[in-house]
Design a protein around this ligand. Structure first.
Ligand code: GLC
Length: 535
């Protein structure tokens, strides 16, 4: 029978922040050759796809999310040839790579913006969003998002930070140019794109004021906050259309992976994936899970809702850490037992797992002061006391989740031979590192490796259906994954105490902790233990 599930719905994604992954030339900054050196590591870990955060030409004020030339690299990361070599070396290993495309905005140092701001009648005058008078819109990072340019005596709009002016996608030339940039990289063999703040690309054509809301801070499923509902600055009908158009541009080059960064309610996120055919973005992140609670009840509700919205032919993405939010193990009080169970869920669920570099070894947040932050965001908030953000449980200083990858116990954790890496290395690197965890059969790293292998060998996990198991003890989450010829039952104990579960099954095929046992229709689960049974 022909397999109908496309590759990008069965894949697994390893997310690299290139600045922090591996420095090959000793300047303290990670680079493309560094990634190439570590491809065998990622392959060995079992990931098929790599998503690299941007390495394009950029003044690096938002570390690459402010692009000044989309068809070139920033010198600290390497050359265009290095980027092409990266694509080729990934493919040689039977893997795939997606690049990070920032379609919403450029750097204010992009020649397009320099020209656009120079006068009201240049050839790029309409390429950005210019207004004589600002409306009431807030930016996603808080505060007025309109900024004055004296050359034009007008204001330009920035969804994110003041040096990231939004492009005007209603100008057909802008749209064609951005599509051609995608085609440029697709033509070089890239397997798709992660699409930065995709749901903000179109703004209301009439720039109507956003309405008031009592909501104080943005949440992972709703960017409204600072007392403003983002009704007219995000999720416009044209953006849903764009998802389909962009998908078609990609398909000129075959089956490509498109994954959208969309901060919105789940029903909206789903609309970006298209109509019943999944003819919009192939995948979209779900950010509620970045702020997961470690309970069976939380995941039961979350997964239930995801399955309602992202039922086949849609495929959800399971992601617990990224470059902007606190690391998953930090949220778990740095408890490795809990991290193992979390990733067991991630890697056996119906969905594409996306793992942030270092998550596989349990790299955690490094608390750093706001006033010396390299990340531009905390500088907006440094006059406020830090405890407010700790209480709100938000990551403001994103440096804290972008520290160098911990490869071994040597200087700079083996990340760089420089005197000083661009960000400090987490002091726990002496024991939290790839080398030492590789040697420990029970480490988080080896658990993830085993789970990745298990995933790749079991079609029920890669392409099977999903169903909850009912009647389980409190604290235990259970589900069945089934495909033609294979049915697996997963039992995950989110409680610290051991629990027994009665079930019909033939054998235990995966045990998360050594003492988990299954016999005679009764499964014994350790605290934070997990089991996979063959039905
Ligand atoms: C996305 C990225 C973030 C970046 C922002 C602006 O949210 O994940 O790191 O700063 O977009 O491009």
């Amino acid at each position: 029978m022909e397999n109908k599930i496309p590759w990008y719905h069965k894949t697994s994604i390893y997310h690299i922040y290139p600045r922090s992954f591996k420095d090959s030339n000793g300047d303290g900054i990670g680079d493309l050759q560094g990634i190439i050196q570590k491809l065998d590591y990622i392959h060995d870990l079992g990931f098929e796809s790599i998503w690299s955060s941007p390495f394009f030409a950029s003044p690096q004020v938002d570390f690459g999310y402010d692009i000044s030339d989309y068809k070139n690299t920033s010198p600290e990361f390497g050359t265009l040839d290095d980027a092409l070599q990266l694509i080729e070396e990934v493919h040689q290993r039977g893997m795939r790579i997606i690049f990070d495309l920032v379609l919403n905005h450029t750097s204010d140092e992009h020649p397009w913006f320099k020209e656009s701001r120079s006068s009201r009648d240049n050839s790029k005058a309409d390429w950005y969003l210019w207004r004589d008078k600002p409306n009431n819109w807030n930016s996603m990072t808080g505060g007025n998002g309109w900024h004055y340019a004296k050359e034009r005596r007008q204001y330009y709009w920035c969804s994110f930070l003041p040096f990231q002016p939004d492009l005007n996608w209603r100008d057909p030339e802008v749209k064609q140019t951005m599509f051609d940039i995608a085609r440029f990289w697709l033509g070089k063999g890239v397997d798709g794109f992660r699409l930065d703040i995709f749901n903000t690309i179109y703004k209301d054509a009439e720039f109507r004021d956003n309405p008031f809301t009592f909501k104080l801070a943005p949440t992972p499923d709703d960017p409204s906050g600072y007392f403003q509902k983002m009704q007219y600055s995000q999720d416009q009908p044209e953006s849903f259309e764009l998802a389909k158009e962009f998908r078609q541009v990609c398909e000129e080059f075959g089956d490509k992976l498109t994954v959208g960064e969309i901060t919105a309610k789940r029903n909206i996120v789903r609309r970006f994936a298209g109509d019943e055919k999944n003819d919009g973005l192939a995948l979209a992140f779900d950010f509620e899970m970045l702020e997961f609670k470690f309970t069976a009840e939380f995941f039961r509700r979350l997964i239930g809702d995801i399955e309602t919205h992202f039922h086949p032919p849609f495929m959800p993405v399971y992601v617990f850490s990224n470059l902007d939010k606190r690391r998953s193990i930090h949220r778990l009080g740095n408890d490795v037992r809990k991290a193992k169970l979390l990733h067991m869920l991630q890697l056996t669920m119906r969905g594409v797992p996306c793992m942030y570099y270092g998550e596989e070894i349990g790299m955690t947040n490094l608390k750093l002061p706001f006033n010396t932050a390299l990340d531009p965001i905390p500088h907006k908030y440094k006059h406020l006391p830090r405890f407010i953000f700790d209480l709100l449980d938000v990551t403001v200083n994103r440096d804290e989740v972008r520290t160098p990858m911990q490869w071994d116990g040597t200087k700079n954790a083996g990340f760089s031979s420089a005197e000083k890496a661009w960000l400090p290395v987490h002091p726990n690197y002496m024991h939290v590192n790839v080398e030492s965890e590789s040697k420990d059969g029970k480490s988080l790293l080896n658990t993830i490796k085993t789970l990745m292998k298990f995933r790749s060998e079991n079609p029920a996990i890669l392409e099977g259906s999903f169903e909850f198991l009912e009647g389980l003890p409190t604290g235990v989450l259970g589900y069945a994954r089934e495909t033609d010829g294979q049915k697996l039952l997963a039992l995950l104990n989110f409680a610290e105490k051991a629990q027994d579960v009665k079930l019909n099954f033939s054998e235990a095929v995966y045990r998360l902790t050594v003492r988990d046992e299954a016999q005679d229709g009764s499964a014994h689960l350790n605290g934070f233990g997990g089991l996979i049974l063959s039905a």
